[in-house]
Design a protein around this ligand. Structure first.
Ligand SMILES: Nc1ncnc2c1ncn2[C@@H]1O[C@H](COP(=O)(O)OP(=O)(O)OP(=O)(O)O)[C@@H](O)[C@H]1O
Ligand SMILES: [Mg+2]
Length: 589
């Protein structure tokens, strides 16, 4: 199952009615400001139509008869209406932008919230770059759907209708001749759509790929430089840019050609106006003012069409973006967030894996095969095994990031299927293999959600694991800001901070996935000591890579290819002389 697919979809496949229904849900709370904008727009369209009529009256009633006083008056009227129009336009822009941005902010927040709660499986399958682009760019691209499409689309149709009515009342024959241009332009528009639509989708895909590529390169710049890959990267980047250019050029040529044809039509339309209008003037059946009115109105006739074509790309982008955003909203969780019926109290005590089988994908190998073990209250277990043997997988299952395909996982004798994920994670103190620290200072990273600790309390607890002195030695102590990926900390420091974080949570169950990175003997000693502090009075599951840290633990679970091959304490396993003792002697030597 793929989660994000609409990149590859043709826009024609997007169900527009469904889309409109969904957009409506977001727009409904803002119907008042949106209606106000529409109302302002109608008045503005009205003013747009009135102004040429005033000019016509000025020419026919005052300029031709040489009535200067009247001319001055009508000029004042013209200017007043113009100013009112400007004020209305400004009000409308402010309202429209504010409403549009608010709706988008709402969607963005809701989408982020939705994603925050999705299963780990979803994140395994989605590319980070694309996800970020969904949350940020796609929601922004949707703005036009709420602003221009709702108001300007309608507004332009109103203008078009108004202009046509006025033209018809002034001169039926001339109007009909000019209207005959419209079908031609619409056909041109359809051709443009056919040509541009698929290319625009392709172009967006290429742009997304290109920015993804650049992000990847910048993130891995040290590897690029160390392995001297700069030339190769440059070449690939050039190829990708060239590809983008090749798609971009025909699209912009097509757009420009279309607009030039429209301008040509506008100029062309002057000819029948001059010929027919001119002869009617000579015959005394039409006034000069009316001819001027028609010349102005021919622009107004084409303007809405021009506007709609101009917004066309925006609109296409908006529709594509909206369909992607809503698709993400439709992504369901496989692991349902159940509300626990029975309360656990504050303690998690024992853990049991009962014949657990698990694989990450349907077509993947089993990552765990028939894993069983029972860790009773206050026992400390180590999980060891070669890389890829399934150690981290056991932890991920226990945290309910995934559900096993076969078998059961029990905490306090209760199947974790029936315990809410929140309840499980709230009570487990966790130190992950990749120490994840967020941007912010050390203090924020230590307390995370639990700001109930006093500074003294934190400082005392950190002293217990020898972290206090290390933090105080840093530039700003507890206020030291972490750089991206905590790159200003050593991996030992990062690990100790993760320990500190787990300690502050005061969990009854501790789960630790030791980092694989090499650490100097001094830090290793500190980590060992910190671990001892952390383990006191708690049940613990520790994925260990350094055997020196686990010799005193109660039980050791030895994994190989996802199977438990040995269980027992250090002494027992060494005496047995099996796989564990083999691994141990490898490390000791
Ligand atoms: N998110 C994932 N999606 C698909 N396969 C995965 C995923 N995580 C791990 N695997 C696969 O599952 C198997 C077990 O991986 P796991 O991370 O549990 O190993 P590990 O024992 O923790 O190894 P290490 O000592 O390197 O941390 C491996 O074959 C790995 O490739
Ligand atoms: Mg691991």
């Amino acid at each position: 199952m793929r989660y994000i697919t609409s990149d590859d979809k043709n826009l024609k496949q997007v169900n527009k009615i469904e889309l409109i229904k969904k957009l409506k849900i977001w727009a409904t709370p803002y119907y008042k400001p949106l209606l106000l904008c529409l109302f302002l727009l109608i008045i503005r369209s009205f003013i747009t139509i009135i102004n040429p009529i005033i000019v016509q009256k000025a020419v026919d009633n005052y300029i031709v008869p040489k009535n200067f006083n009247g001319l001055a008056l009508i000029l004042c009227l013209y200017i007043s209406i113009l100013i009112v129009g400007l004020i209305l336009q400004y009000t409308e822009i402010v309202k429209l932008e504010t409403t549009g941005q608010t709706i988008i902010a709402n969607i963005k927040n809701a989408l982020f919230k939705h994603i925050l709660f999705l299963d780990m499986k979803f994140f395994d399958k989605s590319e980070t770059g694309k996800l970020v682009s969904r949350i940020e760019n796609d929601t922004n691209a949707m703005k036009s759907l709420f602003t221009y499409v709702i108001t300007h689309g309608l507004g332009n149709l109103i203008l078009l209708a108004g202009v046509m009515v006025v033209m018809l009342t002034y001169n039926l024959k001339l109007s009909l001749i000019l209207f005959s241009l419209l079908p031609l332009i619409i056909i041109l528009g359809v051709i443009l759509d056919r040509f541009v639509s698929p290319r625009l989708i392709n172009l967006r895909k290429i742009i997304a790929e290109l920015s993804g590529y650049i992000t990847e390169i910048i993130q891995g710049i040290s590897i690029v430089q160390i392995f001297g890959q700069e030339e190769k990267v440059m070449k690939e980047l050039n190829e990708k840019s060239l590809n983008k250019l090749n798609q971009e050029i025909p699209v912009s040529i097509m757009f420009n050609t279309f607009f030039n044809i429209l301008f040509f039509f506008e100029t062309l339309a002057i000819i029948p106006i001059i010929i027919i209008g001119g002869s009617l003037i000579i015959e005394g059946k039409m006034t000069i003012g009316t001819v001027i009115l028609f010349v102005t109105f021919i622009r107004y006739l084409l303007m809405p069409i021009m506007f709609l074509s101009e917004q066309f790309a925006e609109l296409q982008k908006g529709i594509a973006a909206a369909s992607r955003v809503f698709e993400l909203f439709d992504t369901n969780k496989e692991i349902q967030n159940i509300i626990s019926t029975s309360k656990f109290g504050n303690e998690f005590t024992d853990i049991e894996f009962r014949n657990v089988w698990f694989k990450y994908n349907d077509d993947a190998e089993w990552a765990l095969r028939d894993v069983s073990f029972y860790c009773s209250q206050n026992e400390h277990w180590a999980i060891v095994g070669p890389t890829g043997s399934g150690k981290t997988t056991i932890i991920s299952l226990l945290l309910k990031f995934y559900l096993p395909q076969k078998g059961e996982i029990l905490i306090n004798g209760k199947n974790i299927k029936d315990i809410s994920t929140y309840e499980i994670r709230k009570k487990i103190g966790l130190v992950l293999q990749d120490n994840i620290l967020f941007s912010g200072n050390i203090y924020d990273n230590l307390v995370l959600e639990q700001d109930t600790h006093s500074h003294d309390d934190i400082s005392n607890k950190m002293k217990d694991i020898d972290l206090d002195s290390i933090i105080l030695k840093m530039q700003d102590g507890y206020n030291t800001e972490l750089q991206e990926n905590a790159s200003n900390l050593s991996s030992g420091e990062m690990q100790l901070i993760s320990f500190g974080r787990a300690l502050l949570k005061n969990p009854s169950l501790l789960v630790l996935d030791e980092a694989t990175s090499n650490i100097d003997p001094d830090t290793e000693k500190k980590i060992k000591k910190a671990m001892q502090t952390l383990l006191k009075g708690r049940t613990a599951l520790i994925v260990a890579h350094r055997f020196s840290t686990i010799q005193n633990l109660d039980k050791i679970l030895v994994l190989r290819h996802g199977k438990v091959i040995e269980q027992g304490n250090h002494k027992e396993l060494i005496t047995k002389g099996g796989f564990y003792s083999e691994l141990n002697s490898l490390q000791v030597n």
